[in-house]
Design a binder for this molecule. Sequence first.
Ligand code: TYM
Length: 332
Amino acid sequence: MTRIFSGVKPTGHLTLGNYLGAVRRWADVDQHSADALFCVVDLHALTVDHDPGRVRRLSRQAATLLLASGLDPKLCTVFVQSHVDEHARLSYLLECVASDGEMRRMIQYKEKAARERTRGGSVRLSLLTYPVLMAADILAYGTAEVPVGDDQTQHVELARDLAVRFNQRYGHTFVVPRATHPVVATRVMNLQEPTSKMGKSEDVGPGIVYLLDEPEVIRKKVMRAVTDSGRDVVYDPEGRPGVSNLLEILAACESGNPEGLAGVYESYGSLKKDTAEAVVELLRPVQERHSELCADPAYVEGVLRDGAEKAREMARPTVDAAYRAIGLLSPA
Ligand code: TYM
């Protein structure tokens, strides 16, 4: 059975982008069709300025939201990255295979490091090595497919490169993974700034729909979305990023296609109204299930405990094999 691994980083509240680009597919498709692991990658949240209490709260919330979105621990493994030592163990070995130039070329590193510097802060070394830890997350499990949004493509490419390089140098150890993306909404854009990704970590504000936003808040955010100067509804992500983003979101909610939907609408107003309602209805069951699960924290904790135990067993043989292959003595 195909092994799938993916993760979400608790640096902010989960957004509609996370849901449409990744989480929904994990629940609707991946957990049914593969041997799948889904992870709250909390170590990654330490790569930028962070508040320890907030990371803890967001990690718990992210895990609860994954379950509320339909991940079923009977079908897949849900766990927290820092509960499984194999990620950090393997990351070091992969640092010995990656080059610093490769790390400095990563787009997300360049963007985030520039942002930290403009704020006058220092850039954590872990921000530079982040993609190696991500490669370790993936390679430790013999992962074949990594379902992610478009923004993670370069990181998954790096995981591929490192797997191939390690295998060539030290003997076949890792499965070479590949990224998979949703057909629509692979990059949901900020509603106020439709040329930038709707990202949870860096921004706050009216352009981001959070999974736990109240229906009225969602309606307001969508109705105030920036559209483009034209008046007709056309799907043209380059020329008309605002309206195209709404069409993508609506298409993703209704399992339609954005070009087809463009022909249905004569005004931005009616497109926004339908998109707002579609998002409210899409998120309603997730929000309901989230409040039920919040009333039962012991259940969520139990899922994470069992998940970590299963994940550890899955990762250990591959990571141990990598330790041997690279030249380290096995403990007596
Ligand atoms: P993160 O936490 O930023 O995002 C989690 C998932 O959501 C997708 N996503 C989006 N998709 C469409 N439109 C958007 N606006 C949008 N924003 C986010 C992301 O592509 C991702 O699939 N580095 C990863 C976490 C990670 C990981 C891994 C993923 C760590 N280790 C191993 C896969 C495998 C990240 O920061 O995702």
